[in-house]
Design a protein around this ligand. Structure first.
Ligand code: COA
Ligand code: AMP
Length: 638
């Protein structure tokens, strides 16, 4: 462990980011080391290591093989839903990735092209990401739980030349055939990829259409391709995330800055060394999967775990501890929701005790606010440090954490820790003034953002500037609210926009409202994220029906629930829509979503002075109560 403390290192990184990151970049095996560290001609144009040349696939694979780690296990695929456990050494993974890249090259896919992956948690998903990286093809992974409409929107924005997919995904109790989803998405999208490559799976073999080819046929006879040399600023991937509208934001990730930041975070934040086994129990469709299932651990020469299962029911709430024992996991990273699901089924930790967890050093939690009960249960039963940390798709790596690789202050309940080196975190008032300790405001980061963070949005630099940099000039606005206490601990209190977090999955209530409003019987609507014991938040819709609409309330609710499931996906967990007479609004017509949420959650709220008609709040209260929706009412005894 470095002798420099978290706070000292943070101060150094902010005082002289060029020296700090220049030093960190030296840990990578560049083809041409950068001479220029930071180039920021205007606040909206940040380029890290602009004249450096490298390849991410080389860093993650070839570099380790060339340095004697070819026989070390790089990837363990552990799939309780299929009963398969398979390992790949660095040498094996390199060979598979190089051949897949060769097949892509043979198909005419080259540097600067884009690829979309719509895949379950199988090794081929990781291989396809790394094969793209090898050729300089920009990948965009779309979470397999998203419905065809979401996939179509992403295909139209990313315009992939190739689409990688699989015959099916496997959920706890069901096989989900992907072919109908892919076909529905391509029926909706204007853009059509030239190649569709499908991984056959024994659980649901499919007959492929004329445009589609199997993975084996695509790769068959292909020669291995070498990594191409890429500028540091070359986009490694696009990852779409929910904004406040129906159009997701294509977060762009560069190569050299991201590699530098991930390598640093593995050491400083996670306290992980080459040869360690790192498990991020997430999905490659999310940023956590990109950064900490694939690129971070492989860059570091770790063994990474690809887990195709759930924390519970595959087969039981002991499955995480079984994986830790079986693969000697050193660091586990998951979302609080996963622990809540386990705790619900194993409150006394009986299953935890059945497994040898002596390899485990730390549990990291992120993706949503960590409630104290989850934190305490984890600390008590796992008997290792439990570290809450805060970041987002845009940053690509932690912004606030406790640095386990450095001397650090102890974690504090309710806080995600201190600002991570590189991030100059500030709390600002609505008018952009910096607030003092303990005052709650907007969490912003003073520019420049450190390496790894988004340099722009795909095809939409203007939206990037408008969405992130305009609100507080000279700062990046995170979308979260919170405060910093007098000891520098950052307390993240939740989103200040229309983004919600359902089981650690980021979703847009604005998008749901757009969809509901499109229903013929809906005059107007509001969707709010209300507190949920398992998933943290779940969406609930309040809808006002059009006069004369010929559908009863229950029928309308059924149709609206089906609509969101069909358009966004089951993963949105939109299961309740309450028909109300009116929505609470200000005199200027703004819907009082926060007040609705407060009512449902049973939290104290002041009746806003700007409200048009306060009696509507009583109607909302009674409507939710009658349906027992929200913590305020579901927990009441009848
Ligand atoms: N493909 C297809 N469907 C999916 C899916 C996927 N990859 N992931 C989820 N779904 C579906 C589920 O099958 C379920 O469908 P249903 O309504 O037909 O039952 C629905 O989406 C809701 O899924 P989920 O919230 O995962 O519910 P669950 O009951 O299966 O599991 C938890 C609950 C808490 C165990 C689960 O949400 C979980 O593991 N959460 C942690 C998530 C996480 O790690 N997030 C971090 C992201 S950074
Ligand atoms: P995503 O982009 O999907 O990673 O979601 C990022 C959002 O999740 C953040 O903006 C926060 O609102 C929330 N989030 C992530 N980690 C935490 C955390 N540790 N505490 C509170 N909220 C978090």
């Amino acid at each position: 462990m470095s002798t420099e403390s978290h706070l000292q290192e943070h101060a150094r990184s902010i005082a002289d980011p060029v020296a700090f990151w220049g030093e960190q970049a030296q840990r990578l095996d560049w083809h041409t080391a950068p001479t220029q560290v930071l180039d920021m001609p205007t606040p909206d144009r940040t380029r890290w290591f602009a004249d450096g040349v490298l390849n991410m696939s080389h860093l993650c694979l070839d570099h380790h093989v060339a340095n004697g780690r070819g026989d070390q296990v790089a990837l363990i695929y552990d799939s309780p839903v299929t009963g398969v456990v398979e390992t790949f050494t660095y040498r094996e993974l390199q060979a598979r990735v190089a051949r897949l890249a060769g097949a892509m090259k043979r198909a005419g896919i080259t540097q600067g092209d884009t690829a979309v992956l719509y895949m379950p948690m199988v090794p081929e998903a990781v291989m396809a990401m790394l094969a793209c990286a090898r050729l300089g093809v920009v990948h965009s992974v779309v979470f397999g739980g998203f419905a065809p409409h979401e996939l179509a929107v992403r295909i139209d924005d990313a315009k992939p030349k190739i689409l990688f997919t699989a015959a099916c995904g496997i959920e706890v109790d069901k096989v989900i055939p992907y072919q109908p989803l892919i076909r529905a998405a391509l029926d909706e999208s204007a853009h059509q990829p030239a190649h569709i490559v499908t991984l056959q799976r024994p659980q649901q073999p499919v007959v492929l259409g004329a445009r589609e080819t199997t993975w084996d046929r695509f790769v068959g006879g292909a020669e291995a391709a070498d990594p191409v040399l890429l500028p540091s600023t070359h986009p490694l991937y696009i990852l779409y995330t929910s904004g406040t509208t129906g159009k997701p934001k294509g977060i762009v990730r560069d190569t050299g800055g991201y590699a530098t930041a991930l390598r640093y975070s593995m050491d400083a934040v996670y306290g992980v060394k080459t040869g360690d086994t790192f498990w991020a129990a997430s999905d490659v469709g999310w940023v956590m999967g990109h950064s900490y299932i694939v690129y971070g651990p492989l860059l570091t020469g770790c063994t990474t775990i690809l887990f195709e299962g759930k924390p519970v029911r595959t087969p039981d709430a002991g499955t995480f501890w079984r994986v830790i024992e079986q693969h000697k996991v050193n660091v586990l990273f998951t979302a609080p929701t996963a622990i809540r699901a386990i705790r619900k089924e194993d409150p006394e930790g009986a299953l935890v005790k059945q497994y040898d967890r002596s390899s485990l050093r730390t549990l990291f939690l992120a993706g949503e606010r960590c409630d104290p009960a989850t934190w305490e249960w984890s600390a008590e039963h796992l008997n290792v440090p439990v570290v809450d940390h805060w970041w987002q798709t845009e940053s690509g790596w932690p912004m606030v954490a406790t640095l386990m690789g450095r001397e650090h202050l102890p974690s504090k309940a309710g806080s995600a820790g201190h600002a991570v080196p590189g991030y100059d975190v500030r709390i600002l008032s609505e008018d952009g003034h910096e607030l003092i300790a303990n005052q709650e405001g907007f969490i912003a980061v003073k520019l420049p953002l450190p390496p790894g963070c988004l340099p722009t949005l795909w095809n939409d630099h203007e939206r990037y500037v408008r969405g992130y940099l305009t609100h507080f000039p000279g700062h990046y606005v995170t979308g979260d609210g919170g405060y910093i206490d007098e000891q520098g601990y950052v307390h993240v209190m939740g989103r200040v926009d229309d983004v919600i977090n359902v089981a650690g999955h980021r979703l847009s209530t604005g998008e749901m409202e757009e969809l509901l409003a499109g229903h013929a019987a809906v005059a107007e609507c509001a969707v709010v994220g209300i507190a949920d014991d398992l998933r943290g938040q779940v969406p609930v819709g309040l809808v006002v029906r059009k006069d004369g609409a010929a559908i009863d309330d229950a029928g309308l609710e059924r149709e609206l629930v089906a609509l969101i499931r069909d358009k966004i996906g089951a993963v949105a967990v939109f299961r309740q829509a309450v028909v109300v007479k009116r929505l609470p609004k200000t005199r200027s017509g703004k819907i009082l979503r926060k007040t609705i949420r407060n009512i449902a959650d049973g939290e104290h709220y002041a009746v806003p002075s700007t409200i048009e008609d306060p009696s509507v709040l009583t109607e909302i209260h009674d409507g939710l109560k009658a349906r027992r929706i929200g913590k305020a009412f579901s927990e009441e005894t009848a």
